[in-house]
Design a protein around this ligand. Structure first.
Ligand code: PAF
Length: 282
C-alpha cells in the first residue's frame, strides 16, 4: 500500500488530527532517506507497537558540518517510498527545507554534556542540528513513540535527554544495529563506498570485536586501542577520529569495562566516514 507523501505542515496536521483525537498512538521513524534494512527494522518496530506510523524523510542541512557531505548525501525518495509499501505506514512526512526552516527561523535546541565527546567533538554543531530537527519532527507529528537505531548510540542518548528535558511526551525506543552479513553496520553512507572500499569496510567491526575480546580477557584498553588503530591503518583506513571505551549510561571515558560499557569508533575509508559501536559484556 502506498502511503501518502505529505510535504506541508497543514497536510500533516490534517492527517494526524483525527488520530490524536481518537487517542491513537503515533510512532515516528525519523530518517534522512536512502532507506536500508536498518531503517526498515525501525519501521517494523513502530508498526508492532503503535496504532499509526509516520516515517519522516528530511536531509537536515543543519546537522552537516561539511557542505560536501551534505551535497553527496544519497537522496532516493522514490525508491524509499517503494521500500515502505509493504509496511503499510500511515504517512511519509517529507518536508522541504523552507517548511522546516523558514527564512525567519532562529531557534536552536542544544543538549550540553553528552554532546562534548565523539561525534559532538568531531562534527561541530552536528548535535544542535539533530536536536533541533528532532524536536520539530516530534512536535510536528505529535509522536507518542519514536524509534532510533543504536548504530547512532550517542544520537539516541542526546534525543532521549532532549525529550526528557523539554517535557516532550514521547517514548524514545532504541533498536539494535542491523548489520550486513559481513558485519558492516548498515548505513546510508555505505552507498558512497567504492566496490574496493566496501570489501575493506567490515574490518572496522572485526577490529572492534577483537578489542572486545581483549577486554574480556582483561587486557588493558590502551594497548588494545593501539593495536586496533594499526590494524585499521593496514586495512586502508586513512584516519581514526576516535576509538573510545565509554560508560553506556553517561558516555564517560573508561579504561576498563568496570560498568556497562560500549566501544565506539569513527574511521575514514576512501573518503567515507564510518561509525559503529558495540556493547561490551563484563
Ligand atoms: O539518524 C538520522 O538519520 C538523523 O540524524 C535524524 C535522526 C533523522 C535527524 O535528522
Amino acid at each position: 500500500m502506498t502511503a501518502p507523501i505529505l510535504r506541508d505542515l497543514s497536510a500533516l496536521r490534517s492527517a494526524t488530527r483525527p488520530w490524536i483525537r481518537a487517542g491513537e498512538t503515533i510512532g515516528v521513524v525519523p530518517t534522512m532517506g536512502a532507506l536500508h534494512d536498518g531503517h526498515l527494522s525501525l519501521v517494523a518496530a513502530a508498526k508492532a507497537r503503535c496504532d499509526r506510523v509516520i516515517v519522516t524523510i528530511f536531509v537536515n542541512p543543519r546537522q552537516f558540518n561539511n557542505p560536501e557531505d551534505l551535497k553527496n548525501y544519497p537522496r532516493t525518495e522514490q525508491e524509499d517510498a517503494r521500500k515502505l509499501e509493504r509496511y503499510a505506514v500511515d504517512a511519509l512526512w517529507v518536508p522541504d527545507g523552507d517548511q522546516m526552516y523558514p527564512p525567519h527561523f532562529a531557534t536552536t535546541v542544544s543538549v550540553a554534556g553528552l554532546t562534548d565527546v565523539m561525534e559532538g567533538a568531531h562534527r561541530k554543531g552536528h548535535f544542535d542540528g539533530v536536536a533541533t530537527v528532532v524536536t520539530k519532527l516530534f512536535t510536528q507529528t505529535g509522536a507518542t513513540d519514536a524509534f532510533f537505531g543504536e548504530k547512532d548510540f550517542q544520537q539516541l542518548m542526546v534525543v532521549r535527554r532532549m525529550a526528557c528535558d523539554l517535557d516532550i511526551p514521547v517514548t524514545v525506543h532504541g533498536c539494535p544495529t542491523i548489520r550486513e552479513i559481513d558485519g558492516l553496520a548498515m548505513s546510508s553512507r555505505n552507498l558512497l563506498l567504492s566496490d574496493r572500499a566496501r570489501t575493506r569496510a567490515p574490518v572496522l567491526h572485526e577490529t572492534m570485536e577483537r578489542v572486545a575480546e581483549g577486554l574480556r580477557d582483561g587486557r588493558p584498553f590502551d594497548a588494545l586501542k593501539a593495536e586496533a588503530i594499526a590494524r585499521l591503518t593496514r586495512a586502508g583506513f586513512t584516519g581514526v577520529d576516535y576509538l573510545d571505551l565509554r560508560a553506556q549510561d553517561d558516555l564517560l571515558s573508561l579504561n576498563a569495562p568496570t560498568r556497562p560499557a560500549r566501544l565506539f569508533a569513527a574511521a575514514w575509508l576512501a573518503g567515507v566516514r564510518l561509525i559503529d559501536n558495540i556493547a561490551i559484556e563484563t
